[in-house]
Design a protein around this ligand. Sequence first.
Ligand SMILES: NC(=O)c1ccc[n+]([C@@H]2O[C@H](COP(=O)([O-])OP(=O)(O)OC[C@H]3O[C@@H](n4cnc5c(N)ncnc54)[C@H](O)[C@@H]3O)[C@@H](O)[C@H]2O)c1
Ligand SMILES: [Zn+2]
Length: 383
Amino acid sequence: LQPQQVVDEIVRGYRLHEKTNDLGDLVVTTPGGTYPVYIEPDAMAALPAWLQRLQIHGRAWLVSDDTVMQLHSNHVLMVLQESGWEAQAFAIPAGEEYKTLMTVQRVYDWLLSHSVERGDVLLALGGGVVGDLAGFVAATILRGVALIQLPTTVLAMVDSAIGGKTGVDHAQGKNLIGAFYQPRLVLADTSMLWTLPTVERSAGWAEAIKHGVIGDAQLFSDLQRYAQAAVELAEPVTSDLLRRAAAFKVRVVSGDEREQGSRILLNYGHTIGHAIEAESGYMLRHGEAIAIGMMAAGMIANQIGLFPASALDAQQAVLESFGLPTRMPATFDATAILRRMASDKKVRHKRVRWVLPTSIGTAVVRDDVPEEVVEAVLRKMKN
Ligand SMILES: NC(=O)c1ccc[n+]([C@@H]2O[C@H](COP(=O)([O-])OP(=O)(O)OC[C@H]3O[C@@H](n4cnc5c(N)ncnc54)[C@H](O)[C@@H]3O)[C@@H](O)[C@H]2O)c1
Ligand SMILES: [Zn+2]
C-alpha cells in the first residue's frame, strides 16, 4: 500500500475530463429496450426526475436485501416521498443462497398482496443477487412491469445491472431459470459503495479489469495506476473508472442482446472461474474466482502462442494490486476442476469455447484448445 499522500497526489493528477469527454452518455441499445446508465456520486437525487422523464406514473416498489435495506433504503424512499411518490420496500435475505424461486415467490406475494399494477415500477436496490432476482420478478409479474436497476456493488455497477439478464439459481446450477428483460434505467449512486466491505469492492473490480483485458487497454492501464484509489473509492477517479468499465459492457450488449455473438467475450475468465467457484462450494467470491480464471485463461493463451508473457505479467500485477487471488487454492485438485468443466460441456453438447486474450485490450474465441494444455496450466497454477 502507498501512503495516503502519494495516493492523493496520484488522484489529483487524474485528468478526468480528458478521458471521459469522448465517452458521452452511456446508452444501452437493444431490441428489448434502449436505456441510459448513470454512474456518479449522489446519482440517487435524480431518481424522481428520471421517473418523470420515463413517464412512469404508478407506485414504486423497492426490492433490496436485508443488508442494503438497512443501509440505504431510507435514503431512496425519502428521495421518492419528498417528490410525492408513493413507495414501499421489501427485503429479501442477503446472499446467493437466497437467489431462488422460493424467494421470488415471496416477492410475488408481497407485490400481489399490495395490488401491484401494470403501470407501477420495480426498483432493484442492491448487488447482483437483488438485481437478478428483482429483475426476474419485474419480467414476470403481471407479464412485466417497469424495472429500474439501482446497483450498490462495484460488480453490479459495471456488470450485472447492465444488459437485461435476469434470473435465479436452481439446485442443478446457477442462473438456470431466467429471462432477458431490460431495465428502463440504470442509476448507480457511487456514494453507496462506501459501506461495501473491501473484499466485495475488490471482487467487483475484477470484472472491470476483465473489461480492460479483453477490450480497453487504456482502462486497463488506468486501473493499474489508480488501483489503490479505486479500492478506497476516491472520487472522481472511482466514478470515472466505473463508467469506463460499464461502457465496455454497454457496447458489447448493445451489439448482442442474447449472447449469440460478441457477448461471449464477457465470459473471459469464467470458463475455469465458474468451475473454481463451484469447487470452493461458493466460499470464493465470484470476482475472486474470476481473477483466478483470468490468470488460467491468460496462461493458456500464452501457452498456445497468443498472449505475450509480459501481458500476462501485467494482468497478474493489476489483479494483485486489487488484492485479488491469482493462483488456485492449494487444496484444489486440477482433476476435479477439469471434471466440472467437462460436465458443464456435456450439458451443452458443445466444445468449450475459450475466450483468450491476444494482447491487453484484444481477445479472440477459440474452440480448439487441447485439453492437455488446460490440464498442464491447472496443475501449474496451484499455490
Ligand atoms: N445479470 C448479469 O448479467 C450478471 C452478471 C454478473 C453477475 N451476476 C450475478 O450477480 C451476483 C453477484 O453480485 P454481487 O457481487 O453484487 O453480490 P451480492 O448481490 O450478493 O452482494 C454482495 C454482498 O454485498 C452486500 N452489499 C451490497 N451492496 C452493499 C453496499 N452498498 N454496502 C454494504 N453491503 C452491500 C450484499 O448484501 C451482499 O451481502 C451473482 O448472483 C451473479 O450470478 C449477474
Ligand atoms: Zn462475472
